[in-house]
Write a new protein. Structure first.
Length: 292
């Protein structure tokens, strides 16, 4: 029965994807009213996260930021669905990469790159980078338990030529490409919450004690792959610009936690400037340092 309803849901989303974005944004506005005003989806989580991150923010500004986040959150969902049926030309216009030549130069030099970003802007549209370069592009993902929607998200992420990389196979596949002398660009998400048993490092992030995944740093140092930060900015509704910011060209020479601190500070800086476009509904601070 669950499988049946999963296919029904997938079919509905597939039909939605054929609609132009200007129509989908009408659906987004209706979804915003339902999700935020009626259901109040994770409203307490979002509010508490914002209050803890910006204690200096007055109530009116917090409410404006929260409203803006939920509008963006609903846009994000429908923009992701639109990947099923959007032309290469349109996605390149809507998700513009300002300096793809930076990564291309690394590839031309035979160097692989680790591109790290947060749940900011529209990280799913980041997969369209495969249209800007012939370098093997590997977005890492965590497989879903629902097989129908897991396959749907794989298809979405491979729609423009990327090769999805299951989280548990990350290092193995990266080593395989390294041994084949094949330059790659591997996309990591750096602001996920590690399991309690896997917490190895804490830092201050958005005014709070925060555990940070160490996997990115460890892999970067082990394989000595160039590390860049992905700065994705929302220019206006349905339009994003992406800039690659070099962080480390020789990760093997970095001190412990240096890479982790650097990409965490970069993301923090971006969120502080435009907070509404980060994923505030994520339970980022569910682990407390004194209990971990």
């Amino acid at each position: 029965m669950n499988l049946f309803f999963s296919y029904i849901g997938y079919g509905f989303l597939k039909m939605l994807s054929f609609l132009p974005l200007r129509i989908l944004y009408i659906f987004s506005d209706l979804t915003y009213f339902l999700v935020y005003r009626v259901i109040g989806y994770r409203k307490k989580v979002v509010t508490q996260n914002m209050m803890n991150s910006f204690p200096e923010m007055d109530r009116k500004e917090l409410i404006r930021t929260r409203n803006k986040f939920y509008h963006h959150f609903c846009d994000l969902f429908l923009e992701t669905i639109k990947i099923m049926h959007i032309s290469d030309r349109e996605i390149k216009k809507r998700c513009f990469f300002k300096n793809p030549e930076l990564l291309q130069q690394y590839s031309d030099d035979g160097k692989s790159v680790i591109a790290i970003m947060g749940h900011y802007g529209n990280w799913e549209w980041m997969t369209s980078y495969a249209l800007w370069s012939d370098t093997t592009f590997l977005p890492i993902y965590k497989p879903l338990h629902n097989k129908v929607f897991d396959r749907m998200y794989i298809n979405l992420r491979e729609r423009f030529g990327a090769e999805t990389l299951p989280k548990q196979d990350t290092l193995r596949r990266m080593i395989r490409y390294k041994n084949q002398n094949t330059p790659t660009i591997t996309a990591f998400i750096g602001d996920q919450t590690p399991n309690k048993k896997n917490i190895q490092y804490w830092t201050q992030f958005l005014n709070q004690d925060t555990p940070i995944f160490m996997g990115t740093e460890k892999i970067a140092q082990k394989l000595n792959q160039v590390v860049v930060f992905v700065n994705m900015q929302k220019v206006k509704r349905g339009y994003y610009e992406v800039e690659f910011i070099p962080l480390f060209e020789q990760p093997k020479d970095t001190a412990p936690f240096e890479i982790t601190e650097k990409h965490t500070r970069k993301l923090e800086e971006i969120i502080q400037k435009q907070p509404a476009y980060w994923l505030w509904s994520h339970k980022r601070w569910k682990h407390k340092r004194d209990k971990a």
